[in-house]
Design a protein around this ligand. Structure first.
Ligand code: 3MF
Ligand code: MG
Length: 345
Protein backbone atom coordinates (compact mmCIF):
# COMPACT_ATOMS: atom_id res chain seq x y z
CA UNK A 1 0.00 0.00 0.00
CA UNK A 2 1.34 3.46 -0.91
CA UNK A 3 1.73 5.80 2.05
CA UNK A 4 -0.50 8.87 1.65
CA UNK A 5 1.25 11.20 4.08
CA UNK A 6 -1.42 13.58 5.41
CA UNK A 7 -3.51 13.71 2.22
CA UNK A 8 -6.84 11.93 1.91
CA UNK A 9 -8.05 10.54 -1.41
CA UNK A 10 -11.33 9.42 -2.95
CA UNK A 11 -12.55 8.19 -6.33
CA UNK A 12 -15.95 7.71 -7.93
CA UNK A 13 -17.31 4.32 -9.01
CA UNK A 14 -17.66 5.65 -12.59
CA UNK A 15 -13.85 5.74 -12.89
CA UNK A 16 -13.83 1.92 -13.01
CA UNK A 17 -15.76 1.56 -16.23
CA UNK A 18 -16.52 -0.52 -19.28
CA UNK A 19 -14.51 1.65 -21.69
CA UNK A 20 -17.18 2.74 -24.16
CA UNK A 21 -16.63 6.02 -26.02
CA UNK A 22 -18.82 8.05 -28.43
CA UNK A 23 -17.60 5.86 -31.31
CA UNK A 24 -17.69 2.39 -29.86
CA UNK A 25 -19.33 0.02 -27.42
CA UNK A 26 -18.04 -1.31 -24.11
CA UNK A 27 -14.77 -3.26 -24.14
CA UNK A 28 -14.53 -4.43 -20.53
CA UNK A 29 -16.96 -6.27 -18.25
CA UNK A 30 -18.94 -4.39 -15.58
CA UNK A 31 -17.25 -4.40 -12.18
CA UNK A 32 -19.48 -4.97 -9.13
CA UNK A 33 -19.84 -2.28 -6.47
CA UNK A 34 -18.30 -4.48 -3.76
CA UNK A 35 -15.19 -5.02 -5.85
CA UNK A 36 -14.82 -1.24 -6.37
CA UNK A 37 -14.92 -0.75 -2.58
CA UNK A 38 -12.25 -3.42 -2.22
CA UNK A 39 -10.02 -1.58 -4.72
CA UNK A 40 -10.67 1.68 -2.86
CA UNK A 41 -9.53 0.18 0.43
CA UNK A 42 -6.62 -1.88 -0.91
CA UNK A 43 -5.19 0.98 -2.94
CA UNK A 44 -5.07 3.18 0.18
CA UNK A 45 -7.96 5.51 -0.65
CA UNK A 46 -10.04 6.93 2.22
CA UNK A 47 -13.41 7.59 0.62
CA UNK A 48 -15.74 7.18 -2.33
CA UNK A 49 -17.37 10.10 -4.13
CA UNK A 50 -20.82 9.24 -5.43
CA UNK A 51 -23.67 10.30 -7.65
CA UNK A 52 -27.11 9.91 -6.05
CA UNK A 53 -27.85 6.93 -8.31
CA UNK A 54 -24.43 5.35 -7.64
CA UNK A 55 -25.51 5.24 -4.00
CA UNK A 56 -29.09 4.21 -4.77
CA UNK A 57 -29.51 2.69 -8.26
CA UNK A 58 -33.05 3.09 -9.64
CA UNK A 59 -33.95 5.78 -7.11
CA UNK A 60 -36.62 7.23 -9.40
CA UNK A 61 -38.98 4.32 -8.90
CA UNK A 62 -38.51 4.16 -5.11
CA UNK A 63 -40.23 5.86 -2.18
CA UNK A 64 -38.29 8.59 -0.34
CA UNK A 65 -37.88 6.38 2.73
CA UNK A 66 -36.65 3.40 0.67
CA UNK A 67 -34.07 5.66 -1.02
CA UNK A 68 -32.70 6.79 2.34
CA UNK A 69 -32.70 3.25 3.74
CA UNK A 70 -30.64 2.06 0.76
CA UNK A 71 -28.25 5.02 1.06
CA UNK A 72 -27.66 4.11 4.71
CA UNK A 73 -27.01 0.50 3.70
CA UNK A 74 -24.34 1.59 1.21
CA UNK A 75 -22.83 3.86 3.88
CA UNK A 76 -22.63 0.87 6.26
CA UNK A 77 -20.96 -1.24 3.56
CA UNK A 78 -18.35 1.55 3.17
CA UNK A 79 -17.88 1.88 6.93
CA UNK A 80 -17.33 -1.90 7.16
CA UNK A 81 -14.40 -1.34 4.79
CA UNK A 82 -13.09 1.61 6.83
CA UNK A 83 -14.22 4.08 4.14
CA UNK A 84 -16.36 7.22 4.22
CA UNK A 85 -18.37 9.15 1.61
CA UNK A 86 -16.66 12.34 0.45
CA UNK A 87 -19.63 13.86 -1.37
CA UNK A 88 -22.82 13.06 -3.29
CA UNK A 89 -23.89 14.72 -6.58
CA UNK A 90 -27.28 14.52 -8.35
CA UNK A 91 -26.88 12.91 -11.80
CA UNK A 92 -29.45 15.06 -13.60
CA UNK A 93 -27.88 14.72 -17.02
CA UNK A 94 -28.58 11.04 -17.58
CA UNK A 95 -32.34 11.37 -17.07
CA UNK A 96 -34.35 11.99 -20.26
CA UNK A 97 -36.11 14.87 -18.47
CA UNK A 98 -32.78 16.71 -18.21
CA UNK A 99 -32.04 16.64 -21.94
CA UNK A 100 -32.19 20.45 -22.09
CA UNK A 101 -30.66 20.88 -18.64
CA UNK A 102 -32.48 20.59 -15.31
CA UNK A 103 -32.31 23.90 -13.43
CA UNK A 104 -32.22 25.90 -16.69
CA UNK A 105 -34.62 23.80 -18.75
CA UNK A 106 -37.13 25.70 -20.86
CA UNK A 107 -39.87 23.60 -19.21
CA UNK A 108 -40.86 24.81 -15.70
CA UNK A 109 -41.94 21.26 -14.74
CA UNK A 110 -38.42 20.02 -15.50
CA UNK A 111 -36.90 22.85 -13.48
CA UNK A 112 -39.03 21.77 -10.53
CA UNK A 113 -38.02 18.12 -11.02
CA UNK A 114 -34.33 19.12 -10.95
CA UNK A 115 -34.80 21.00 -7.68
CA UNK A 116 -36.78 18.12 -6.14
CA UNK A 117 -34.16 15.57 -7.15
CA UNK A 118 -31.42 17.81 -5.76
CA UNK A 119 -33.25 18.11 -2.45
CA UNK A 120 -33.48 14.32 -2.33
CA UNK A 121 -29.73 14.19 -3.04
CA UNK A 122 -29.14 16.48 -0.06
CA UNK A 123 -31.07 13.98 2.07
CA UNK A 124 -28.84 11.21 0.67
CA UNK A 125 -25.75 13.27 1.62
CA UNK A 126 -27.01 13.53 5.18
CA UNK A 127 -27.91 9.83 5.34
CA UNK A 128 -24.34 9.10 4.24
CA UNK A 129 -22.92 11.52 6.79
CA UNK A 130 -21.36 14.05 4.45
CA UNK A 131 -22.21 17.75 4.28
CA UNK A 132 -20.69 18.11 0.80
CA UNK A 133 -23.15 18.29 -2.09
CA UNK A 134 -21.46 18.58 -5.49
CA UNK A 135 -23.00 20.09 -8.62
CA UNK A 136 -21.45 19.46 -12.00
CA UNK A 137 -23.86 21.46 -14.20
CA UNK A 138 -23.51 19.13 -17.17
CA UNK A 139 -26.42 20.22 -19.39
CA UNK A 140 -27.00 23.65 -17.87
CA UNK A 141 -26.09 25.53 -21.04
CA UNK A 142 -26.96 25.46 -24.72
CA UNK A 143 -25.91 24.02 -28.07
CA UNK A 144 -26.79 27.35 -29.65
CA UNK A 145 -26.94 30.73 -27.98
CA UNK A 146 -30.47 31.55 -29.11
CA UNK A 147 -31.90 28.46 -27.38
CA UNK A 148 -32.34 30.01 -23.95
CA UNK A 149 -32.49 33.41 -22.31
CA UNK A 150 -29.09 33.41 -20.56
CA UNK A 151 -30.08 36.08 -18.06
CA UNK A 152 -33.09 34.04 -16.95
CA UNK A 153 -30.94 30.89 -16.89
CA UNK A 154 -28.51 32.41 -14.39
CA UNK A 155 -31.44 33.51 -12.23
CA UNK A 156 -32.86 29.98 -12.35
CA UNK A 157 -29.50 28.65 -11.19
CA UNK A 158 -29.49 31.02 -8.20
CA UNK A 159 -33.07 30.00 -7.36
CA UNK A 160 -32.06 26.33 -7.46
CA UNK A 161 -28.98 26.90 -5.27
CA UNK A 162 -31.18 28.77 -2.78
CA UNK A 163 -33.73 25.95 -2.70
CA UNK A 164 -30.92 23.48 -1.94
CA UNK A 165 -29.41 25.70 0.79
CA UNK A 166 -32.81 26.26 2.37
CA UNK A 167 -33.59 22.55 2.36
CA UNK A 168 -30.82 21.80 4.87
CA UNK A 169 -29.01 24.36 7.05
CA UNK A 170 -25.80 22.26 7.19
CA UNK A 171 -25.28 21.38 3.54
CA UNK A 172 -22.41 22.96 1.57
CA UNK A 173 -22.67 23.20 -2.21
CA UNK A 174 -19.43 22.70 -4.18
CA UNK A 175 -19.97 23.67 -7.82
CA UNK A 176 -17.66 21.94 -10.32
CA UNK A 177 -17.21 24.28 -13.32
CA UNK A 178 -16.57 23.01 -16.83
CA UNK A 179 -16.73 25.22 -19.94
CA UNK A 180 -18.17 22.75 -22.44
CA UNK A 181 -19.01 19.10 -23.11
CA UNK A 182 -21.64 17.79 -23.31
CA UNK A 183 -23.00 21.27 -24.20
CA UNK A 184 -21.28 23.74 -26.52
CA UNK A 185 -21.71 26.63 -24.07
CA UNK A 186 -21.98 25.82 -20.37
CA UNK A 187 -23.16 28.30 -17.76
CA UNK A 188 -20.61 28.81 -14.94
CA UNK A 189 -17.64 27.74 -17.08
CA UNK A 190 -14.89 28.72 -14.60
CA UNK A 191 -14.20 28.94 -10.88
CA UNK A 192 -14.47 32.72 -11.22
CA UNK A 193 -18.10 32.39 -12.33
CA UNK A 194 -18.76 29.92 -9.50
CA UNK A 195 -17.40 32.17 -6.76
CA UNK A 196 -19.15 35.22 -8.17
CA UNK A 197 -22.55 33.51 -8.23
CA UNK A 198 -21.97 32.10 -4.72
CA UNK A 199 -22.26 35.66 -3.43
CA UNK A 200 -25.71 36.06 -4.96
CA UNK A 201 -27.20 33.16 -3.01
CA UNK A 202 -28.99 33.31 0.33
CA UNK A 203 -25.94 31.89 2.14
CA UNK A 204 -22.65 32.59 0.31
CA UNK A 205 -20.63 30.94 3.10
CA UNK A 206 -22.13 27.57 2.09
CA UNK A 207 -21.41 27.82 -1.64
CA UNK A 208 -17.90 27.02 -2.89
CA UNK A 209 -16.04 25.26 -5.64
CA UNK A 210 -14.61 21.98 -6.80
CA UNK A 211 -11.82 22.36 -9.35
CA UNK A 212 -11.14 19.61 -11.87
CA UNK A 213 -7.72 20.00 -13.52
CA UNK A 214 -8.95 18.95 -16.99
CA UNK A 215 -11.86 21.41 -16.77
CA UNK A 216 -9.51 24.34 -16.03
CA UNK A 217 -7.36 23.33 -18.97
CA UNK A 218 -10.41 23.06 -21.26
CA UNK A 219 -11.24 26.64 -20.26
CA UNK A 220 -7.73 27.69 -21.34
CA UNK A 221 -6.74 28.51 -17.76
CA UNK A 222 -3.81 27.55 -15.58
CA UNK A 223 -5.00 24.95 -13.05
CA UNK A 224 -2.49 25.97 -10.34
CA UNK A 225 -3.69 29.56 -10.47
CA UNK A 226 -7.33 28.43 -10.51
CA UNK A 227 -6.63 26.40 -7.37
CA UNK A 228 -4.88 29.39 -5.77
CA UNK A 229 -7.82 31.67 -6.57
CA UNK A 230 -10.25 29.35 -4.79
CA UNK A 231 -7.83 28.59 -1.95
CA UNK A 232 -7.24 32.24 -1.03
CA UNK A 233 -11.02 32.64 -0.69
CA UNK A 234 -11.28 29.43 1.43
CA UNK A 235 -13.59 28.12 -1.27
CA UNK A 236 -11.71 25.08 -2.55
CA UNK A 237 -13.78 22.25 -1.15
CA UNK A 238 -12.58 19.41 -3.39
CA UNK A 239 -10.22 18.80 -6.29
CA UNK A 240 -10.65 16.39 -9.21
CA UNK A 241 -7.17 15.22 -10.07
CA UNK A 242 -6.54 14.27 -13.69
CA UNK A 243 -4.78 15.63 -16.77
CA UNK A 244 -5.61 16.78 -20.28
CA UNK A 245 -3.51 16.96 -23.43
CA UNK A 246 -4.61 20.27 -24.94
CA UNK A 247 -8.00 21.47 -26.14
CA UNK A 248 -9.63 18.20 -27.11
CA UNK A 249 -12.49 16.10 -25.76
CA UNK A 250 -12.49 15.73 -21.97
CA UNK A 251 -9.71 13.17 -21.56
CA UNK A 252 -9.50 12.57 -17.80
CA UNK A 253 -5.96 11.26 -18.13
CA UNK A 254 -3.88 9.97 -15.23
CA UNK A 255 -2.73 12.83 -12.99
CA UNK A 256 0.56 14.30 -14.19
CA UNK A 257 0.71 12.12 -17.29
CA UNK A 258 0.46 14.95 -19.79
CA UNK A 259 2.17 17.92 -18.16
CA UNK A 260 4.42 17.03 -15.25
CA UNK A 261 5.52 20.59 -14.52
CA UNK A 262 1.96 21.87 -14.44
CA UNK A 263 1.06 18.99 -12.07
CA UNK A 264 4.04 19.92 -9.86
CA UNK A 265 2.74 23.48 -9.61
CA UNK A 266 -0.77 22.24 -8.77
CA UNK A 267 0.61 20.13 -5.93
CA UNK A 268 2.83 23.02 -4.83
CA UNK A 269 -0.07 25.41 -4.41
CA UNK A 270 -2.11 22.80 -2.51
CA UNK A 271 0.88 22.16 -0.22
CA UNK A 272 1.45 25.87 0.43
CA UNK A 273 -2.21 26.33 1.38
CA UNK A 274 -2.27 23.28 3.69
CA UNK A 275 -5.08 21.71 1.66
CA UNK A 276 -4.40 18.29 3.19
CA UNK A 277 -6.14 19.37 6.39
CA UNK A 278 -9.12 21.06 4.77
CA UNK A 279 -10.21 18.88 1.85
CA UNK A 280 -9.95 15.64 -0.02
CA UNK A 281 -8.35 14.85 -3.35
CA UNK A 282 -10.75 13.05 -5.65
CA UNK A 283 -9.27 11.13 -8.55
CA UNK A 284 -11.53 11.63 -11.62
CA UNK A 285 -9.64 9.68 -14.29
CA UNK A 286 -10.64 7.31 -17.11
CA UNK A 287 -8.80 4.13 -17.97
CA UNK A 288 -7.68 4.10 -21.60
CA UNK A 289 -10.05 2.17 -23.85
CA UNK A 290 -7.17 -0.13 -24.77
CA UNK A 291 -6.52 -1.08 -21.13
CA UNK A 292 -7.14 -4.77 -20.34
CA UNK A 293 -9.80 -5.41 -17.68
CA UNK A 294 -7.33 -6.85 -15.14
CA UNK A 295 -5.34 -3.60 -15.19
CA UNK A 296 -8.26 -1.18 -15.38
CA UNK A 297 -7.81 0.24 -11.86
CA UNK A 298 -4.19 1.19 -12.46
CA UNK A 299 -5.09 4.73 -13.59
CA UNK A 300 -6.50 5.44 -10.10
CA UNK A 301 -3.54 3.99 -8.27
CA UNK A 302 -1.05 5.75 -10.56
CA UNK A 303 -2.79 9.13 -10.17
CA UNK A 304 -2.48 8.91 -6.39
CA UNK A 305 1.08 7.72 -6.72
CA UNK A 306 1.99 10.61 -9.03
CA UNK A 307 0.44 13.07 -6.58
CA UNK A 308 2.52 11.67 -3.71
CA UNK A 309 5.71 11.68 -5.80
CA UNK A 310 5.10 15.33 -6.58
CA UNK A 311 4.45 16.11 -2.90
CA UNK A 312 7.95 14.75 -2.29
CA UNK A 313 9.30 16.92 -5.11
CA UNK A 314 7.64 20.01 -3.64
CA UNK A 315 8.88 19.24 -0.12
CA UNK A 316 12.43 18.52 -1.27
CA UNK A 317 12.83 21.77 -3.21
CA UNK A 318 15.52 23.64 -1.26
CA UNK A 319 13.70 26.65 0.29
CA UNK A 320 16.87 28.73 0.41
CA UNK A 321 17.55 28.04 -3.26
CA UNK A 322 13.94 28.89 -4.04
CA UNK A 323 14.23 32.19 -2.13
CA UNK A 324 17.56 33.14 -3.65
CA UNK A 325 16.45 32.34 -7.15
CA UNK A 326 13.26 34.33 -6.97
CA UNK A 327 15.00 37.47 -5.66
CA UNK A 328 17.95 37.20 -8.05
CA UNK A 329 16.02 38.44 -11.08
CA UNK A 330 17.42 35.50 -13.03
CA UNK A 331 14.21 33.75 -14.03
CA UNK A 332 16.07 31.48 -16.43
CA UNK A 333 17.99 30.12 -13.44
CA UNK A 334 14.74 29.56 -11.54
CA UNK A 335 13.26 27.74 -14.51
CA UNK A 336 16.34 25.54 -14.93
CA UNK A 337 16.49 24.73 -11.22
CA UNK A 338 12.85 23.60 -11.29
CA UNK A 339 13.37 21.50 -14.43
CA UNK A 340 16.48 19.83 -13.02
CA UNK A 341 14.76 19.22 -9.71
CA UNK A 342 11.86 17.55 -11.54
CA UNK A 343 14.25 15.49 -13.65
CA UNK A 344 16.34 14.51 -10.65
CA UNK A 345 19.60 15.69 -12.26
C1 3MF B 1 -17.45 15.44 -15.97
C2 3MF B 1 -17.08 15.25 -14.56
C3 3MF B 1 -18.07 14.51 -13.72
C4 3MF B 1 -18.16 15.03 -12.29
C5 3MF B 1 -19.05 14.16 -11.43
C6 3MF B 1 -19.16 14.65 -10.03
C7 3MF B 1 -18.56 12.25 -14.30
O1 3MF B 1 -16.47 16.02 -16.73
O2 3MF B 1 -16.01 15.62 -14.15
O3 3MF B 1 -17.67 13.14 -13.71
O4 3MF B 1 -16.91 15.12 -11.70
O5 3MF B 1 -20.30 14.13 -12.00
O6 3MF B 1 -19.94 15.75 -9.97
MG1 MG C 1 -14.98 15.76 -12.29
Amino acid sequence: MTKNSDYRFSFGPWTIHEGSDPFGPTVRPTVESASKLKTCKEAGFDAMMLHDDDAVPGLDSMSASAVLAEAKQYKTMLADNGLVVEMVAPRLWEDARGIDGGFTSRDPKVRQWAIDRSRQCVDICRAMETDLFVLWLAREGTYMREAKNSIDSHRYLIEAFNAILEHDPQIRIAIEPKPNEPMDHAYLPTIGHVLAIAHQTVDPARVGGLIEIAHSLLAGLDPADDLAFALQANKLWSVHLNDQNGLKYDQDKTFGSSNLRSAFNQVRVLEKAGFASTGMLAVDVKAMRTQKAEFATQHLINSKRMFMHLVEKVRSLDPELERQLTVSGNDEAVEMAILEHLMGV
